[in-house]
Ligand binder design. Structure first.
Ligand code: PNS
Length: 163
């Protein structure tokens, strides 16, 4: 079975993301989690920190899961990893619009690339990294949504910005 790239900002990496990786391992030999940057989102956690936290959150899966960062185009990252499959999770109809726009753009950039869209587990269908960041920045408990190492990092580093 082939290798799949699971790209995202993962700011932060949540239990919803981990669930998708776990289920993708039933379909693919190896999952490469590709942590990139989005022009729409200004990540407040450095790429190197997001990579380290994501590795910690996924360490139980062993060597079938690899975490890497990338700065360029997703299609180039996919090709550099010798695969043509991209995995994304779908929570809601809003996600559907966003995903299809990206999918079609990437398809124009490289028609050989195929997308695998997996519905998010219902348990995590409400979970959003943005809301997790917001809750953490206001001192709320996010331990139900993220790995303990991620929760600890958010508690220290995601303080509200002063005016
Ligand atoms: O979790 P996100 O924020 O929805 O992930 C978005 C991400 C990082 C997958 C996307 O912005 C991306 O692919 N960035 C790399 C640059 C790129 O290829 N942009 C064109 C996308 S159509």
């Amino acid at each position: 079975m082939p290798v799949v790239v699971y790209p995202g900002s993962f700011n932060p990496f949540t239990h919803g993301h981990a669930n998708l990786v776990e289920r993708a391992l039933n379909l693919f030999d190896k999952v490469i989690v590709g942590i990139g940057t989005s022009v729409d989102k200004d990540p407040d956690v450095y790429l190197s920190e997001r990579i380290a936290l994501c590795r910690t959150a996924l360490e139980d899966f062993g060597d079938r899961v690899v975490v890497k960062g990338f700065n360029g185009l997703l299609v180039e990252f996919v090709r550099a990893n010798n695969t043509r499959f991209i995995l994304r999770g779908l929570r809601t109809l809003t996600d559907y619009d966003y995903e299809f726009q990206m999918l079609e753009m990437n398809r124009h950039l490289d028609p050989e690339i195929e997308y695998v869209l997996l519905p998010t587990a219902s348990q995590w269908s409400f979970l959003s990294a943005t809301r997790v960041r917001e809750i953490a920045s206001l001192g709320g408990d996010v331990s139900a949504f993220v790995h303990p190492a991620v929760a600890a990092h958010l508690a220290i580093n995601n303080q509200p910005k002063s005016e």
